[in-house]
Structures are given as C-alpha cells and as structure tokens.
Design a protein around this ligand. Structure first.
Ligand code: GAF
Length: 399
C-alpha cells in the first residue's frame, strides 16, 4: 500500500505542536536539514576521494526558542530512540567541555553545541522531529547535526562559512557519537540542492552540482530494514585498513595511489588490506566517470558503474549484507532499470536504483514480490521531488 512521505511543512507542524505541549508557547526559530542518498563513491570520502550524493526531501526539523538562562532542554518526537525523550543540561561556560552521555540521541546536540563556531551560546528549548529513517544509511545523524547547527546560527550567528559548518558537525559526530566518519554526509546536508547531485572533492572540498532534472529518470531508494550502525568496529577498521594501505604505498591517502602502484605493492600487504585499497582506488575513478556520464545523460553507463560499485563493496570492501545484495539483484531483473547498488556505510540500510520513470511501479512490485529478501519501507524519489513511501510489507526470505 503506497503512502506519502510527509511534506517538510507537516514535520514542522508536528514539531510545533510538541513544542507547545512541552513549553506552552510557540517556537520562534524553525529550521531543517536534509538526509541524503549517495549515488556513487562509497567509503571514498575519508580517503580524500570523490563522492556523488544528493539531498533528499526526508528532513530533520528543529524548532525552538532562546532561553533566558543557560539551561538547554531538548525533546525528540522520534519514538524509535532510547528513553528519555526529553533531556536537560546546562550550557557550559566558555571553554569547558560538554561530555557525551545518555541517552545517545542527545549526544548529537551536545556535540554540535561543543563544536559550534561562535560564542557565547545562550540556553535554549528545542524540539526535534525527523522523517529520515534511523540506521537506514540515509544520514539521519548528519541531518540532525546540521539542523541543530543551523538552529544555533539563529541564536548566535557564526561567520556563515558552509564548509566550516560541515566540518564542525563532522567533529561532533567523531567526538560525541564515536563515529570517525568522512565529510560527505555533513557537506551534502549543508550544501544540497533540489534536483541536483553534488560531486564533492573531499580533499579540496570543492562542490560541483550535477543536474538531475530529466523527468524520465527516477532514483528509487529501497530500505532493507536491516538497521545499520557505524558505531561498531567495522567502520573504524575499514578506515585503518585504508590508512595502512596508503602508508605501504608511501602516500598520504589512497586518493594519490594508482592501481599499478597497488599491484606493485601487493606482496607487501595482506590480502584484506589489498582488497580494501583496490575498492577505494577504483571507486574514486568510478565516481568521477559516473558524474561525467550523468552530465551527458549516459544513464546506461552510470548504471553499469553503480553495479560495479555494489559488487566491489560486497566482495572487496565487505560492507554489504544478504538483504542488500538481494534487493540489488531483484532491481536488476526489471526492464528499464539502469543500475542499482547499496548506499551509505553499509551493513544494512538502503539500496539506490536508477531507472526509467515508467518502470518504477514494476520495479517496486518486483522487489516486493520476488520474496528473496525481508523488506519493509520502500521510498521512491524522482529528481529531487518529494519521495513516496511504501510501507508495512514484510516477507520471509525463501531458500
Ligand atoms: C557513512 C559515513 F558517515 C560517510 O562519511 C561515508 O564514509 C559513508 O558512510 C560511506 O561512503 O555514511
């Protein structure tokens, strides 16, 4: 059964209502930041490489009001997070640290407060509401960090530098959520543009918008409903393996390495390190080629690169899982599909599929009914338009 993803105005309305219930007044500030889907360029951002994400109409909203004193009170509308859903703390005096604590969701707020780039920050009351699924690989964390940072900018303006803002939010994720992420998610949450993907050079932070306004093209996002978490050891381990490979190659990062150099050094690293580096070096090349292909409207070529990317993430980088692999395979069986791959950090979350608009309903039906995977929510977005959600379907995988 198809249902609509709520419009931003509806999420704001929900947050306003909760604010009034909790604080007895209307909020004075209302901001939002988007989630994202990455079209290609996975696990390349922390290797100084290229990524090609696009902002989604799935958003995190923060509404609130400045407090007369130094106290901070935040309430989340999200029922999936750990209790309590209302948290209070004191805004620290300048320079003193605001340590992470419980519940975990509030650490994104604490982290952003800690790394905010202007002072003094006043106390505040705020409500958070979001349509970005948690653990779905669509960057719910970065959208919360960037929404919170944008909220603070209304209370105490900083210099407005968008890259520095993304970096501050990335630092919040490192220190307060414990995820040593790259810069992709925060940067696209700050700079994302409707109906465009962004080619981001994660070394220079140069951002090039790539138009995605062809009405015959749809980007379909499918949630495996396997919740991923990057706070475990796998993500940091991948980062370390990449650094190790770069150091064997005598490079500052894998961005500077070629496949020939990697082959030449193969005997000097273990097979796993070699495979990780191979994925990264090729994925960086695929991302640059992919953005060129999209600009030319060569969707077949882009789709082929998506499939290569998925296979590499599955076999060399080992961050996919059975449900994601099967969703990709099912998508590729449908006429009108150009390509499909897992998106985001992996270990669960979503797939992204590029296809012709006329094939969307067939693709959704096929992915739901092939029965080789357990899945629930399906989201379809076309060229930056508001996504559609399909909910509640669940099948057991068949042998
Ligand atoms: C997660 C991280 F937060 C990003 O920085 C990026 O590394 C991504 O995984 C993998 O491409 O979303």
């Amino acid at each position: 059964m198809a249902s609509r993803v709520p419009a931003v105005s509806e999420v704001v309305e929900e947050a306003r209502r909760l604010f009034e219930q909790n604080f007895g007044s209307r909020p004075e500030v209302e901001v939002c930041a988007p989630g994202r889907v990455n079209l290609i360029g996975e696990h390349t951002d922390y290797n100084d490489g290229f990524v090609l994400p696009m902002a989604l109409a799935l958003v995190t909203v923060v509404v609130g009001t400045r407090d007369a004193g130094r106290s901070v009170t935040i309430v989340t509308a999200n029922e999936d997070v750990a209790e309590p859903r209302r948290v209070e703390f004191q805004m620290p005096n300048d320079g003193s640290p605001l340590s992470p604590g419980q519940p975990g969701w509030a650490n994104y707020v604490r982290g952003v407060v800690q790394h905010y780039r202007a002072s003094p920050l006043p106390g505040f009351k705020a409500v958070i509401a979001s349509t970005v699924p948690l653990g779905g690989g669509l960057s719910s964390s970065a959208s919360l960090e960037v929404a919170m940072y944008t909220f603070l900018q209304q209370l105490q303006p900083d210099d407005g530098d968008p890259v520095a803002k993304a970096v501050a939010c990335q630092q919040a994720e490192h220190t307060h959520a414990g995820v040593p992420c790259g810069i992709m998610d925060q940067l696209v949450a700050v700079l994302g543009r409707k109906a465009h993907a962004l080619l981001i050079d994660c070394r220079s932070m140069e951002v090039t918008p790539v138009p995605l306004s062809d009405p015959s093209l749809v980007i379909l996002i499918t949630n495996s409903n396997v919740r991923h978490s990057l706070t475990g050891s796998e993500y940091p381990t991948r980062r370390k393996q990449c650094m190790e490979a770069a150091s064997v190659l005598g490079k500052g990062s894998l961005r500077d390495a070629t496949l020939e150099e990697l082959e030449g050094a193969r005997g000097r690293m273990d097979e796993v390190t070699y495979s990780r580096a191979r994925h990264v070096i090729q994925e960086i090349q695929r991302t640059v080629r992919g953005s060129e292909a999209l600009k030319r409207g060569s969707y077949q070529e882009f789709g082929k690169l998506m499939v290569e990317s998925h296979n590499s993430l599955r076999d060399l980088y080992e961050v996919s899982c059975r449900e994601l692999d099967e969703l990709v395979l099912a998508a590729l069986e449908v006429d009108g599909v150009f390509g499909s791959r897992m998106t985001g950090g992996g270990f669960g979350g979503c797939t992204v599929t590029l296809l012709q608009a006329h094939a969307v309903d067939r693709a959704i039906l096929h992915m739901k009914t092939t029965g080789r995977y357990a899945t629930g929510l399906l989201l379809a977005g076309s060229s930056g338009a508001v996504p559609r959600a399909e909910g509640g379907h669940r099948r057991r995988p068949q042998g």
